[in-house]
Ligand binder design. Structure first.
Ligand code: SF4
Length: 240
């Protein structure tokens, strides 16, 4: 990735107060409520929580759902602190959990390829996930991705809403069903709605498209064709 712009936010880098990954928590997970908490269409940020760094440091200690007890660290968003366009994925993967950065694994490399094709410098965007910890199941020594449940995504929603309130993007791209549900507060049939603009309760337009990991599951040449279709979706968003 090119050097971050002076006002870019990158957790754990270029800061007088280094980002400290969360330590193993001594307490057991709190039971989740039966119903997801209400959506937060508007979040008012005050004090240290008004900065992305303050939010990232608070989120590093979050254990509000069981996922946080098994992942290595919280993976907060990164990019331009006033980015006009925010990209939201599902959750960090294995490599993101190890690195503490979003979209640095295979799906991230595909996203980087798309951004290069679109001429969008990644450091001028803000890239994050709906769920901040990596949910997985162990298969031998391998940690295989597990889709976060609705309750886990609901528990994590206030972090995403806080990021949106801090960055205040003019538009958001929802990469996949989990992101779309968190951003819009309802299930979105991604294959039917892809390439469409929907609107959040706070008025922010949301472009629906696939998560890059969906493309990685395809074989060539289907993958290349799907990549071109994905680019067509993304092209509808205003570039940075
Ligand atoms: S996934 Fe979200 S809500 Fe759950 S522990 Fe991590 S930061 Fe907290």
């Amino acid at each position: 990735m090119p050097d971050a712009a002076p006002d870019a936010f990158v957790p754990g880098r270029r800061s007088e107060r280094p980002f400290v990954p969360p330590q193993a928590a001594p307490l057991p997970p709190k039971p989740l409520p039966e119903d997801p908490p209400p959506r937060l269409p508007q979040v008012v940020l005050r004090g240290r929580a008004a900065t992305l760094r303050g939010l990232a440091e608070d989120a590093a200690a979050c254990r509000e759902c069981p996922i946080g007890f098994h992942a290595i660290q919280t993976v907060w968003g990164e990019g331009h602190a006033q980015a006009p366009l925010m990209l939201v994925g599902e959750q960090p993967g294995d490599q993101e959990d190890l690195a503490g950065r979003p979209f640095v694994g295979p799906a991230g490399r595909l996203l980087d390829r798309a951004l290069a094709a679109l001429g969008w410098p990644r450091e001028k965007l803000y890239v994050t996930n709906a769920v901040k910890h990596f949910k997985y199941e162990l298969r031998g020594k391998r940690r295989l991705h597990k889709t976060p449940g609705q309750r886990e995504a609901a528990a994590c929603l206030h972090w995403l809403e806080s990021e949106i309130a801090a960055v205040r993007p003019q538009a958001i791209v929802a990469l996949g069903a989990t992101a779309a549900r968190s951003l819009l507060g309802r299930a979105v049939p991604v294959m039917k709605e892809r390439g469409q603009w929907l609107q959040r309760d706070d008025g922010t337009p949301v472009l629906i498209t696939l998560h890059p990991s969906a493309l990685l599951r395809l074989r060539s040449p289907d993958r290349e064709q799907a990549f071109e279709q994905w680019l067509e979706d993304l092209r509808q968003a205003p570039g940075p």
